[in-house]
Ligand binder design. Sequence first.
Ligand SMILES: N[C@@H](CCC(=O)N[C@@H](CS)C(=O)NCC(=O)O)C(=O)O
Length: 238
Amino acid sequence: MASSMDNKITLYTCHIVRAHRVYIVLSELGLPFEEAEIDLSLPRDPSYLEINPRGLVPSLKYNGEILTESAIIAQFLADAHPSHLVLPSNAPDGALQRARIGFFVDASISKVVANLMAFIGAKTDAEGAAHIEAYIEGVVKELEPLLKDAKPFFGGSDKLTLAEALTGSFAIRLLALFKTGVIPSSLETQLKEKAPAFYTWAVAVSAHPSVTGIFNEKAVVDFYKGQIEKHRSPDSEH
Ligand SMILES: N[C@@H](CCC(=O)N[C@@H](CS)C(=O)NCC(=O)O)C(=O)O
């Protein structure tokens, strides 16, 4: 087991949704780290491209080793520092818990979050409304059954798990977008009615200090508002 005393951690970041995953894990593990802010509005500096040739954030330097891809970084930290986030794979039920978390995260991103992103990128309000319908269907079919035993977190846990670390940054954005009317409030009403376990889970996740820690609601809401306006504009090339 790695000790936080031995490890120097630098997170290359810009406080966006994917990097937010790594903050949640670092916060839950109580690991000290340094931040290196990457300005995504500028071309990437060659020194950053040496760290991450794709030029994306987040990246992590851990004892001199570079890791990229938010889910891989989160999993690595959880594996290197065993905790309540996830059982070791060789513990009783460890492999099974990891498979369950993996399926939940995959379904969240590919069947649910993908529809929210499509809503944001839609060219017309009608197209946007169809993606919201698909979002609700995705939650009801894919996630609601997996959250029936949440207490309030995945798998009956009273602490955040790796499932929340990898999806909480999306949940808190969803709730912020309801609250501020960027997403039609009918989505919230429908989720409460059709997917109460998901809704209750999303509220609990979004209130957790490890999830709220770096979250700047105004910046996030302004960003998505701007994206929606840009895509819906008649001059949009997208
Ligand atoms: N699959 C990558 C995606 C990372 C990613 O797309 N990051 C975005 C910010 S959310 C980025 O760096 N964008 C900069 C660019 O595309 O130039 C991960 O999960 O780490």
